[in-house]
Structure formats: C-alpha cells, structure tokens
Design a protein around this ligand. Structure first.
Ligand SMILES: [Zn+2]
Length: 471
C-alpha cells in the first residue's frame, strides 16, 4: 500500500529504555516519592529546567541510583542532552556528592531522607544525527505555542520501587495543560510505572478528540495544524482499534492516546510508548491518508498487546514487527482503509524489498540483531520478511483448520499466554505452538523459512497462493 514507508519504529527500540530493573535496597520496602517540576516558561528554544524532590518517607536506602532512559526512540543519543548536569542538594541547600557512573546514571550514597536534584534538558533531539527525515515524530520538541515532551529524556528516575511519581508543568502563558495523564491537585500522575520511563506528553495548544470501543477510550490529540491536515481521516483509528479489540477479545489497556505532532518530512511513521503513540503522515502521504492511518494506527495499536516492559529476543523481531505489520494490513483491509489490490501491491513491494536485501545472507532470525537498528537490509528483512511469513503462517493455520493467524495471535497474547511472559519466549517456543496447531511438517517448513537466508524464493513460497488463505 505504500512506498517509502520506512519509518515504522520498532517497539523494542522504544521500550528497551523502559526496562531498567529496580535496584535492591538493603532496607525493607523503601517507598520513594518523586516530585518533578518542569519549567518550560522560557519558551521554544530554551532548555527545560527540572527540579526533582526525592523523599524516602519510610526510611532511606544505603544508596540510590538515578538514571535517564537509555533507549526511548529509534534514534537515541549516546548521552542525555543536558544543558546543566544534575546538582544534588539536601533540604537545607547544602551540596551532596553524587557520582556519575555513566552518562545516564548518578549514584548518591547514604542519601538524606529528602533531597533535591536540579538539572536542565535541551529539547533539540530532532537535530540529532540520523533523526531528520526518519525519526522526528517520536522525538520531543518545543515550538511557539506547543510542544511534545518525552518522559524518557526529561525524567531522571530513581532506580527503585515502588515509586510514587508526579509532575508539575510550569507552562508559558496561554498554554493548556496536557490532557493525557490524570491530574491530581495540579500534579500529573503517570498512569503506569512505565509511563514515567517512556511516554509522550503534548503541551500547549493541541486539539483533542476521542473514540470508544468495548470500554476502551482512544484519545486523539492534534498539534496545531494537524487536525486540518489529517483530521478527516482519523476516524479510521477508531475503526481499526475496534476491529483489533474484537479479534483479540479484549482491549490491551483501558485508555490510550494517539498523537499527531508537527513533523516536516515525507513518508509516514508511528511508535507506541506507555500510554500514547506518536503518528505522522508527510504531505506526500496525505492523498491516501485514510489507508496510511488505518495501517499505521493498527500496527502501533497491535503492539500494545503482550509484554511492553521486556524486550523481545532478537530472533523474534520479524514476529514482533513483521507479523504485527501483517495484522495491521488485515485490520486495515477489514475496515476498508485499504483494498485487496493494496494488499497485493504491498506483498509485491515486500518481495522486492527482501530480494534486494538477500545479499546480506541473513535469515529472519538473524536479521533482528543489532544490525536491525541501523536500518538497511536487516530492517527490511524483519518488516517485509515478517509480513510475508505472516501471510504464509495464516495460510497454513487456515489449511489446518486452526482458525488462521489471528486465532494464533489471540492465544499467544491472551492474559497468561506466551506473549505476556518475562522473558518473552524465543523461536523454539513459537515453533512448538505453531506445530501444535498447524502440524509438524508445517512447523519444519516454518523453521526453514526463519533460519535459512531469506530472499526472493522464500518470498515466493510465502505468497504463491495470494494475500489471503483459501476459505
Ligand atoms: Zn512496530
């Protein structure tokens, strides 16, 4: 359905930064309270001044580590973009000696029961190498009248729990408060623990809309000008969300935000965070905005089922991204966002993409390693190869009378299913589950498709019967 749609960000990329494990402390249950005051009043090009007050109301730990998320987007910097490094002081303003353990992490030994950390963060992430034309839509920014905040880059979080965390935003005059997180006594409260580690918050003059599906509330937020650009097509987000909830049996969360930031660029892209996702359509995509949004929205929305706090094994990247893309195309087709001819065209594009990437000699299982994040062949193989293998799996599961790939995915990602375990299962577990439904010889074929170098022959084997299985 598209060419040049290279920007589907990997959930794993976005979420690796979320998985910072709680550090054990040597006292019982040190509940920490973290209040963040973010001062944005200096306007568009100024750094965000942050004051964190951290308290240990039930006793202090022997040490506390605080860190910024390392990986929150497809392109993440090697160090936080700080205009002022963290300065630690006690309740009387006296300096505390915290040591920097690495560019993202500070340690304070014998912390007092209450102390303050001050720092400032530049929000020029869109200027990072590799971002332009590729990853602007999920990077924070501040412009005249509005902005997009990222908790991953703004919050220096204590690595311990349970943590009671809240934010107060000091905004320029006339800016509306963010409508995404619950507000209690003027403080914004992260709806999930992961939201403090990786979420996007619109600030300023965004316009909002919403839809409901089976108890699920989807909130749609447009940066200035975006409602005019794509608002007429955005109803399809609700249609694909309802379709996926129907197929999966229950919503993945009670509520989620769909954000359309201002992005200068071509193509389209999307990336889900903890309670919001960022979606972008370039001007070149607008003539087919409904189809693009149906596919993009379904892709990112489907990521919300299953574990979001643990990264998938590299060998499952084709499944997490490519099979998700297969599901997105099926949902978009079902609601009429795309037509069957679009799906045909997309499979043809995927075939050409894997043929072009076949020179790498990578199998789909291998393509999900570190090379995936560099783009190029490995990236193409995971998305396009995974889409093709999804088509094949659907056909084989349907042939076996096992209800097709949708039923398989519903079982895999149901509460308590393999897709909700930590660590997430790898290839062998998937092959076992597939064998149980589609039979041993189909599972052996699937193993070969995933572990031998993937190219045009494999693509042809996947799609020889067309985009949909025989009914
Ligand atoms: Zn994805």
């Amino acid at each position: 359905m598209r060419t040049g749609l290279l920007l589907l960000a990997a959930l794993a990329a976005a979420l690796q930064g979320c998985a910072s494990p709680p550090t054990r402390v040597d006292r019982p249950a040190a509940l920490a309270e973290a209040d963040y005051r973010l001062d944005l009043q200096a306007g568009a090009s100024a750094p965000v001044e942050v004051v964190l007050e951290l308290r240990f109301p039930h006793g202090t730990p022997a040490e506390v580590r605080l860190s910024f998320a390392r990986r929150y987007a497809f392109v993440s910097p090697d160090a936080p973009l700080l205009a002022a490094a963290p300065v630690f002081t006690d309740a009387r303003g006296r300096p505390l000696a915290a040591e920097a353990l690495d560019p993202f992490t500070w340690r304070l030994r014998q912390p007092p029961q209450r102390f303050t950390v001050r720092y400032a963060v530049r929000l020029d992430h869109r200027d990072l190498p590799g971002v332009a034309g590729r990853d602007e839509y999920e990077q924070p920014y501040l412009r005249a009248g509005h902005g997009l905040l990222s908790t991953a880059v703004l919050l220096l979080l204590p690595e311990l729990g349970p943590l009671a965390c809240r934010l107060r935003l000091e905004l320029p005059p006339g800016w509306a408060p963010t409508p995404v997180w619950p507000e209690v006594d003027g403080w914004l409260v992260p709806p999930t623990p992961l939201a403090a580690r990786n979420d996007l918050l619109p600030v300023g003059r965004w316009e909002s809309d919403s839809f409901e599906a089976a108890g699920f509330v989807g909130a749609v937020h447009y940066a200035p000008g975006q409602r005019l650009r794509i608002g007429a097509s955005a109803a399809v987000l609700g249609e694909v969300a309802r379709q996926l909830i129907d197929w999966m049996g229950a919503p993945p969360a009670p509520r989620f935000g769909f954000l359309s930031p201002q992005v200068d660029g071509r193509g389209a892209g999307g990336s889900p965070k903890s309670t919001t996702m960022s979606l972008f359509l370039g001007d070149d995509a607008l003539p087919r905005a409904r189809g693009f949004l149906a596919h993009l929205g379904a892709h990112e929305f489907f990521h919300l089922w299953g574990r979001k706090d643990v990264p998938a094994p590299d060998e499952m990247r084709w499944f997490e991204e490519g099979v998700t893309d297969w599901m997105a195309h099926r949902a978009a087709l079902e609601v009429g966002g795309i037509g069957l001819e679009d799906l045909h065209r997309e499979l043809g594009r995927a075939r050409r993409a894997v043929a072009a990437a076949a020179g790498s000699g990578l199998s789909l299982a291998e393509a999900g390693g570190p090379a995936f994040f560099e783009g190029g062949d490995a990236y193409q193989l995971c998305y396009s190869g995974g889409l093709l293998v999804g088509t094949w799996m659907d056909r084989e599961l349907t042939r076996a009378g096992a209800g097709g790939l949708i039923a398989f995915l519903r079982e895999w990602k149901r509460a308590g299913g393999p897709g909700t375990e930590a660590p997430l299962p790898g290839l062998e577990r998937l092959l076992d589950s597939f064998a149980a439904r589609a039979g041993g010889s189909a599972a052996a074929e699937l193993r070969a498709l995933l572990t031998a170098p993937f190219g045009a022959d494999q693509a042809d084997a996947c799609t020889s019967a067309g985009p949909l299985p025989p009914q």
